[in-house]
Design a protein around this ligand. Sequence first.
Ligand SMILES: Nc1ncnc2c1ncn2[C@@H]1O[C@H](COP(=O)(O)OP(=O)(O)OP(=O)(O)O)[C@@H](O)[C@H]1O
Ligand SMILES: [Mg+2]
Length: 195
Amino acid sequence: MAKIVLTTHQKGGVGKSTLTFNLANNLKENAKVCIVDMDYQGSLLNIRELSEVPIFNADKFEEIKSEDYDFIFVDTPPYLTEQLEKLCTLADVIIIPTKAGILDLLAIKSTVDMVQRSGNEKKALIVFNMIKPNTSLTEEIKSKVQDFPVKVAKTMISDLVAFSRSVVVNGVEESQNAQKQIDNLSIEILTFSMQ
Ligand SMILES: Nc1ncnc2c1ncn2[C@@H]1O[C@H](COP(=O)(O)OP(=O)(O)OP(=O)(O)O)[C@@H](O)[C@H]1O
Ligand SMILES: [Mg+2]
């Protein structure tokens, strides 16, 4: 059965689509992967023609689940729905990307609450994204993130042009730094999905 890797956060612009795309791309040589875009704005669907990883719309989800994919990466819209809560119950990993600001972290609460309602909070992983160069997480952020009943990924993803360009060049191979980060995050997520 395919492992389902869901990326969710009710806040817009935190990197859900970018991370989903890069994680799927990073595994495409070694596993059968696809992306399902549940966002009706269709961000990832818009680049379907350029993408080496197949990207499907939400209607295809049931069909795809019965095909022989190893991983189905699911990108979601920046708002919470009942359907999303149901998806959380099915997910093997729930990635919650966030920027490293206090307001950003406070904004995670309603997503975390939804994941908790689904009963699958053990599968959730907060991933810090768009970290500025040469900064580490402040003590305030570190303590705030401890308040949530979900794990935090060790790997942090930097704010790098390679990530913003990745959707048109199918990945971040051009940047060693970005590639290393996405490799580390992939390993963490794979390990997590097997627990
Ligand atoms: N690590 C990163 N480094 C640099 N730019 C990034 C990074 N992650 C995301 N971005 C950029 O930030 C913007 C928002 O990213 P993205 O569209 O992936 O967020 P989102 O959470 O899917 O947004 P929405 O909620 O609107 O769907 C994009 O312009 C993207 O290229
Ligand atoms: Mg998006």
